[in-house]
Every structure is written in structure tokens, then in C-alpha cells.
Design a protein around this ligand. Structure first.
Ligand code: ZN
Length: 372
């Protein structure tokens, strides 16, 4: 096909962020919406229920709880769906991490209901996403689903997020940093976004902004979260992770080497326990090497990674023994046809990817040996 000029913007319709956002969200809901299903697991429900209930009572809402089982599986989706149908649910709010939000996203998609997204951690940009990942009941990844629209209302209560384990926030920074590199590569390669549109300049601006905010304020944000203190830096970084980077990915493309490698790394059982954003962060270093970026640039990233605790070596993502053989397996998986590593503006081969991974690891060890 020849020239195509179709650009698209896909954003959450409303996004509210701040300490106590959950207690103040009612005024942004339409009145008399009827029955609202609040989906959360046993740990998250007590964190969100009271403030959400007080807040939505102004909006004449009947709040009903759904105890989420923990996996975005076909079984759970079907259960929530039939409960919602039988009880005339008009709107569903999902609270928690990616899986609770994805389950909510799937049910709302099937039933054509509006979705409220209440992330309680900032480990990925799932809160504002138009994609869901479906797993089997026993936690094996099955397939992604393109929903085609972002949540209607995203409520980010930073008091809750600041109280979550800080490793989630650090992983979220890794995930959000990648959007700039992946979007820019996809635009240069003339690849389409998840919506089938061209990468647009506003989205790439969002991705760049998210990237720069994280590099500038990520360390302060990490210390704030460790000390359970809400600071402007923490607010900025949370917004960069949850809103800016996803807005960047939706309309600007967000899938090249980092997300391609993250998925391929999960074939190694020891890497499964590493968080999504941590795997993605290591993948950024690999992409920078493939792109032949100046050493100073890579050093700057390594320095930032070390300051917050993102991985710079294979050991950091739990690959310790039989390195060559394991990386060959990962590369074989990552380089299958139609995988994200092929979204680069140049050909990525198994050999070039293998070398770049080994080089990222070697540079990481070099960095550590200098004791910086
Ligand atoms: Zn991601």
C-alpha cells in the first residue's frame, strides 16, 4: 500500500490523580447511574471500598462488590459477565493491578458497559490501556485482546500507590521509559499502532515527556515512595507511568525490542518472577545497542537504572547459568515472524539480537566493576 495518513488518538476519557482521589471522584460521575460493580481482590477491597463508597453515594449509585479471584481468565470473565447481566449492572469499576483491571476491561467490552479503572500500584501502564491479557486459571499467559478503547474514567489515588511496595513503582518506570524508544523506532519503520493507525506526533511527544520526567525525577520519586511521602516528584512520575506513557503507546506505538524481549524472556522460568517493567527496562538497553547509540547515552541510562534499582545485567533479571544457551532460546523466540523485535527500522536478526543482549550484559558488568 502507498501513503497512509490515518492518525489516531486513544485516551482515557477522564483521569483524576492525587492523594484522596478516590474520596473525591463522585463529582465526576454522572448522577443516577444505578448499579455499579466494584471488582477487587481480598487485599485491595479494604483499601478502596470505604472512600469509594462515600464518594459515589453523592452520585446516587448502588455499589455492589465482586471478590476478584486473582486471574484474568476466561472463567472469571464469564462469571463476572453473567453476574453483571443478571443484576443489571450499569458500570464496572476494577481496582488493583493489571489483572483486576484487565478482567474489568474484558467484561465491560463484552457487555458494552463503561469502565472505571482504579490502579492501586503503578507497575505498568495497564490502568489507561486499551489492551487486555487473558491467562488460564493456572496463571499461564494465553492471548492479548485489543479492546479498541481506553477506560472511561481512571482514578489514581496516590496515597494508595505510595503505600504499595516500591518495587512496583520502579518497574513502572522501566515500562514507561520504553515507550519513547519503541514509538520512535516504529515511526521510523512506518509501523502501525495497536489501533492500525500511523504513529502520531502528539503521542510521541507524550512518550518523550514521560521518559524525561522519569529520568529527571525518578530517583526522588523512588525515595518518596520508600518513605511513604507524597511529593510533587512522585506525583509527576506516577502520571508519567500511568497516563503519559500509555497515551504515547496508544497513538504512537509502544512495541519494539523491549516488549519483544520481555515476552521472550518469560520462556525462562527464573525470569518469570522478574517484573514486566524490569524485563522491559533491560530490553531498552539492548535496543540502544542495536541502534548504535553513543556510549555516553547508554552510560546515562545505566546510571539512572542503578540509582533506582532497574536491571543492567542478565544476572539482575535472574539469568545466572548457561547464559549462551538460554539467550539463544530467548532470541529464537523473540525473532519468530510477526514478533515485536521486527518493528525496528532495520532488520533484527538472531545474531544481531544475541550480540546486543550479550553486549548490554557486558556493559552492565563493566559499569559495576567501576564501582559507580
Ligand atoms: Zn509494558
Amino acid at each position: 500500500m502507498g501513503y497512509s495518513a490515518m492518525r489516531g488518538h486513544f485516551l482515557a476519557q477522564k483521569y483524576l490523580q492525587g492523594p484522596g482521589a478516590l474520596s473525591n471522584c463522585g463529582q465526576f460521575l454522572p448522577g443516577n447511574i444505578g448499579k455499579l460493580l466494584l471488582l477487587a481482590d481480598n487485599t485491595v477491597m479494604p483499601l478502596v471500598f470505604d472512600s469509594f463508597k462515600n464518594s459515589v453515594s453523592d452520585a446516587k449509585v448502588e455499589l455492589i462488590m465482586w471478590n476478584f479471584g486473582g486471574e484474568c481468565s476466561e472463567e472469571e470473565i464469564a462469571e463476572v459477565k453473567s453476574f453483571s447481566l443478571n443484576n443489571e449492572i450499569k458500570i464496572i469499576a476494577g481496582a488493583g493491578g493489571g489483572k483486576a483491571l484487565d478482567t474489568t476491561r474484558m467484561v465491560c467490552h463484552h457487555l458494552g458497559l463503561p469502565m472505571i479503572s482504579i490502579p492501586t500500584i503503578a507497575a505498568t501502564n495497564a490502568a489507561t490501556s486499551s489492551l487486555a491479557a487473558v491467562y488460564s486459571k493456572d496463571h499461564v499467559y494465553k492471548y492479548p485482546v485489543k479492546i479498541g478503547r481506553c477506560p472511561d474514567f481512571v482514578i489514581v489515588d496516590t496515597e494508595i500507590i505510595a503505600n504499595a511496595p516500591v518495587r512496583f513503582l520502579i518497574a513502572g518506570m522501566g515500562d514507561a521509559l520504553s515507550t519513547k524508544y519503541e514509538g520512535e523506532a516504529m515511526k521510523a519503520a512506518n509501523k502501525k499502532t495497536v489501533h492500525g493507525t500511523d504513529c502520531n506526533q502528539t503521542s510521541l511527544f507524550f512518550s518523550n515527556l514521560a521518559h524525561d520526567i522519569i529520568l529527571e525525577k525518578g530517583y526522588l520519586a523512588k525515595i518518596s515512595a520508600e518513605k511513604r511521602q507524597i511529593t510533587p516528584a512522585l506525583e509527576d512520575v506516577i502520571e508519567a507511568i500511568l497516563f503519559l506513557s500509555e497515551a504515547g503507546a496508544e497513538g504512537g506505538g509502544g512495541t519494539a525490542v523491549p516488549h519483544g524481549l520481555h515476552a521472550a524472556f518469560t520462556i525462562l522460568p527464573e525470569v518469570k518472577e522478574v517484573y514486566h517493567g524490569e524485563r522491559v527496562a533491560f530490553g531498552i538497553l539492548v535496543q540502544l545497542i542495536l541502534e548504535n547509540r553513543p556510549l555516553d547515552y547508554i552510560l546515562k541510562m545505566q546510571k539512572f537504572y542503578r540509582s533506582v534499582g532497574l536491571p543492567i545485567t542478565l544476572r539482575d533479571i535472574h539469568i545466572i547459568e548457561n547464559m549462551d544457551q538460554k539467550i539463544h532460546e530467548v532470541v529464537n523466540k523473540a525473532c519468530e515472524p510477526e514478533r515485536y523485535v521486527h518493528n525496528m527500522p532495520f532488520t533484527v536478526t538472531k545474531d544481531s539480537l544475541f550480540s546486543a543482549i550479550m553486549m548490554a550484559d557486558a556493559l552492565g558488568h563493566e559499569f559495576l566493576s567501576r564501582g559507580e
